[in-house]
Write a protein that binds this ligand. Structure first.
Ligand code: NZQ
Ligand code: ZN
Length: 385
């Protein structure tokens, strides 16, 4: 049976890219809007972005809410929702990375919902409408600036979940690579690996003859590999703009249309953040190589293709491709074991497995047939036993 593509693709986010893109901001937001400027823990006040944004908003009515944490919590975002209601806000402008963008999507959906906000995150309530959202991106990594996904954590129960809200997909995204100048190396490494794994989750399954999707995925993976190999040039504006565009394209939706996907790495890795606060990008470099080793038979053909097309390894075996991926992470200084991080919990394997069971992710199935035994072996290997 041939694999026939079946999809609807619509990405309405208007992207303004480049050094002059801030100039568009004032015109992208309706003049009569009452704007909430949503931001994180304060980096934008230290690197000049706050001034640039507030200058662009000088003709608008706006209020601000700062303090959205990395891996944003329901608890903090609920206070932003209260402000939106109290102030009559009707436009949310996120200025930050994936956490602030995701937080803005949640706030945009929750503002008009009278029930418990966790209903939105858990999927019990699927928002049909949301306040309009715009994003000024300060960290290339997640692709959140032009997709409909958002990840929110309920701190009280240590649950981190993704939800999809097309009405909250940003109307526009400002991508000015100059904002990357103040990013610590750690965030650049995280962003590069997050984007790399986003493409892998949409590519490393089995061949279906998708010439365009495979070719585009390989182009983005190849770009990210080059950026990893030239990490020393990260102050170069050309290096920066390539990372910003690659990370956007990795999860804007186009790569994955109509092809089988497997998000198991993300679905398992999330528990490392929920339990131990490990950065999202780092959770992926810890889980993915072990997951690929455990599922190698199901993914063999695509791993071999990736070895040839992305790593330039003639006649590459699947095993060699996995080693090449792991070496790329190691060369970037990313952890590939939980013990490479500051987490030192002798009970980590058991704790992570319990969290996966509690959240229905311990036997994800999928094309690689992930059952509880395979999942347990992946987690045990990633935790370094
Ligand atoms: O809090 P602020 O002050 O903004 O500082 C942030 C934060 O400490 C800092 N930062 C951002 N831009 C900066 C900067 N520091 C200096 N200069 C700048 N220009 O970087 C730190 C990390 O920021 P964060 O937004 O948390 O990082 P990232 O963009 O990696 O986002 C991670 C979140 O996105 C979710 C993750 O689970 C995590 O919660 N994801 C969202 C996805 C989506 N919506 O599609 C998909 C991803 O797979 C991911 O799950
Ligand atoms: Zn990710």
């Amino acid at each position: 049976m041939p694999h026939l593509f079946q999809f609807a693709y619509h990405n309405p986010t208007r992207i303004h890219f480049g050094p002059d893109s801030f100039a568009a901001l004032g015109e992208l937001i309706p003049g009569d809007a009452r704007v909430l400027l949503l931001y994180g823990s304060g980096s934008i006040k230290r690197n000049g972005i706050y001034e640039q944004v507030t200058q662009a908003l000088s003709a608008h009515a706006w209020v601000e809410f700062g303090g959205v944490e990395a891996n944003p919590t329901l608890e903090t975002l609920t206070r932003a929702v209260e402000m939106v209601r109290a102030e009559g806000v009707d436009f949310i402008l996120a200025v930050g990375g994936g956490s602030v963008s995701d937080g803005a999507k949640y706030v945009a959906c929750a503002a008009g919902y009278a029930g418990d906000g966790w209903d939105i995150v858990s999927g019990r309530h699927v928002p049909q409408q949301a306040l309009p959202v715009g994003v000024v991106l300060t960290l290339p990594a997640t692709g959140s600036e032009s997709n409909s996904a958002a990840v929110v954590t309920r701190a009280a129960t240590r649950e981190k979940r993704v939800f999809y809200a097309p009405p909250a997909r940003p109307r526009f995204a400002i991508l000015d690579p100059q904002v990357m100048a103040s990013l610590p190396d750690r965030q650049l490494q995280n962003g590069l690996v997050d984007a790399f794994v986003h493409v892998c989750e949409q590519y490393l399954t089995f061949p279906v003859g998708a010439l365009v999707q495979d070719g585009y995925a390989e182009a983005v993976l190849g770009a990210l590999k080059t950026l990893a190999e030239t990490f020393a040039e990260r102050q170069d504006p050309v290096w920066r703009q390539n990372l910003m565009w690659a990370a956007n394209q990795a999860l804007g939706g186009i790569i994955g249309v109509g092809v089988p996907q497997d998000w198991a790495t993300h679905r398992m890795a999330v528990e490392l953040t929920a339990l131990y606060g490990v950065d999202h990008g780092r959770t992926l470099s810890i889980i993915q190589p072990w997951l690929l080793r455990e599922t190698i038979d199901a993914k063999r053909a695509k791993l071999e293709q990736m070895g040839r097309k992305v790593f330039g390894l003639a006649g590459a075996s699947a095993e060699e491709t996995i080693s090449a991926i792991e070496n790329l992470y190691r060369a970037l200084g990313m952890p590939v074991h939980l013990r490479d991080t500051e987490v030192a919990d002798p009970e980590a394997t058991a704790r992570i497995m319990q969290a996966l069971r509690d959240h229905g992710n311990s036997a994800l199935g999928g094309h690689a047939g992930l059952d509880e035994a395979k999942t347990a072996r992946i987690i045990a290997a990633a935790c370094g036993r």
